[in-house]
Ligand binder design. Sequence first.
Ligand code: FAD
Length: 344
Amino acid sequence: MSALPAVPFLILGQGLAGTCLALELERRGLGFHLLDDGHLHSSSVVAAGLCNPVTGRRLALTPGWDEALAAADQLYGDSPEWRRVGQLRIFSDSGMAGIVQKRRSESAYVPHLGPSHGPGSWPGVDDRNGSVEILSTRYLKVRDWLEGHTKRWLKRGCLSCGPVGESVLENVSSGTTVICCRGWKAALSPCWSFLPFESARGELRTVRDPAGFPDTRLLNGAAWLLPLGGGLWRAGATYAWDNLGRGPDAGQLPQLRSRLPVPAAGSWDLVAHENGVRPILRDRTPVVGPHPEIANLMVINGLGSKGTLLAPLAAARLADYLTEGTALPQSWLPARFTVTGKTG
Ligand SMILES: Cc1cc2nc3c(=O)[nH]c(=O)nc-3n(C[C@H](O)[C@H](O)[C@H](O)COP(=O)(O)OP(=O)(O)OC[C@H]3O[C@@H](n4cnc5c(N)ncnc54)[C@H](O)[C@@H]3O)c2cc1C
């Protein structure tokens, strides 16, 4: 890689975190340069980009949903890759219908819960325990969205492709602030070795339905099927915590197939099998802010399974901190891990 440009902000990694931060700096008219290894280790290019207001068996409201969604709507704006999608949440057991009933009495859930449906309402779908429609679900076609910015910044000369070694920090100009947005790979960096990563590998398949199954909404059960149009669906996703660096793991696929909400989808034509690693910290909270000991070194990481929703808010808050000194949420600071190695 050629000499580093003397810019106010140098961003390492052009996944969702690095791209959202660069857009925030660009919006403020500030100079930046991005370095990325061509998405070699990127979680973002693999992600389905789903933003789900209620998750898990208990349909728990995603913490900070309204604020994070407002930031996402602002940053992704009118881009054609940012989409609304209907969602059918398919119950995994008979107790879930009761959970939905209870949720209906909580005001925070009202905007997100649509009609409930009894067992057997959807031909071809394994809805033996019933289902509920979830409103306000979004997704970002992450790969396409990133690619648009990659091309634009390459053309403008503010993105360089190639691996970044640890020595990069010794070569930056004194006036440059470095922001590390390297995803799960940051766990291997000595600077960030105090961050307790518990990252998780995941597999996704893209499949083609030869029979024209109705593709109007996300079908979300023990695994999910996201319609992409033209008979294409994304099917995901698995979790594994070992061998993070390995490529696509065919051994995980039987488990994924058996959990799909449309049993026939297990035999739809395979178009692609991809995998990636979600950058997750032990306390399941993002890490955003300054390194506790190294001046002018920042981080955005730990976006977990919610990078699409959280990256815009994290980037906006860090940009405010960098330009106006606005305090960051204490629960996001890297320093929460330094003293004892445990969250404080
Ligand atoms: C299977 C799967 C499904 C997912 N589905 C969803 C979903 O539906 N919704 C959702 O919100 N999130 C989802 N995620 C999670 C989402 O992908 C992450 O939260 C998010 O992409 C993290 O973004 P990031 O920018 O922090 O990291 P990354 O996307 O990993 O970006 C880091 C970038 O830095 C580069 N890099 C790393 N080291 C170096 C180096 N030394 N030199 C140069 N470049 C380097 C990498 O190649 C990469 O381009 C999913 C993840 C997986 C694995």
